[in-house]
Design a protein around this ligand. Sequence first.
Ligand code: G3P
Ligand code: MG
Length: 325
Amino acid sequence: MLRGAPSRVGVCFDIDGVLVRGKEVLAGAREAVQKLRSVGVPYVFLTNGGGHLESVRARRLSDRLEVPVDPAQVVLAHSPMQQLVPEFGKKRVMILGCREEVDVAKAYGFERVTTPQAFHALHPELYSFRAASPHPHDDHHEDPIEALVVMHDPADWHIEVQVCLDILLGRDPVRMSSGEPEVDPTHRTQVVPLYNSNDDFIYASSYPHPRLAQGAFIETLSALFRKTTGGTSELKVNRFGKPHVVTFDFARKILEKQHDGPLERIFMIGDNPDADVAGANNAGDPFRSVLLETGVFKQGQDTNNADFVVPGVWDAIEQLVLPLH
Ligand code: G3P
Ligand code: MG
């Protein structure tokens, strides 16, 4: 960790489309990170990826970029969701994703977690297109679910949408048999909050065209929620990750901790106008948005009012960051 470095400037590196793309480490990425480390500019990796612990991502990044990475320098989409633990840590919550998000949730302090698949195993009548099988992630099946927490990309959309709709509308078997009076006996009102770690609709992978991401799941769930309620109710989504200010505040505090004080300028270097540029612009000072052409954004497209557009990550470091150091 860099402490007391004589820098006025800090950097948030987006990962996919800036430092790596699929299995490829992008040109200039290693040099960019190694340079900041050597001159003492504080930096974090600010990604809408996740599904694993910050320490796991730090190890992978360290191997790929050939530079030591402290887990405290890694802000994943779900990292700021630790802020939900005081409210929900002891309540039963449903975690969604397709990686190791249940382990992540437990490490953050959520003590009572289930998943749509585990819930289905306990209540097979909820979904009949697939046989329910015993599932490890459920110990507390007597209590109603108090929150839905989408921590990573769900990959089993049909059953996940069905189970989420039931819980959101208070018509799942646990809520129905809880003995508590129903909030809305017509089941058209959202009775459970939904938290989402990542709004990205698309992301850049090694495939030449963008791939659907977690935001596409939320769009789908929202559309089906509206349809299911006969158009009477909109799904309320509490949003984390880029472009939301909660995430940029979280990253700024980490950078200020590294630096031991406030920074005059923080460059968000990203490839996604909707996540990276909009996020830095929404967050305002001391953030500035830097858009690269190595990922989602292509020359000629709308930059979303990026403060700077440069070809690659090394250009951003050389032209924008180092002159302010
Ligand atoms: O939303 C998909 C994720 O891979 C985006 O990652 O690093 O570009 O924020 P990143
Ligand atoms: Mg990106």
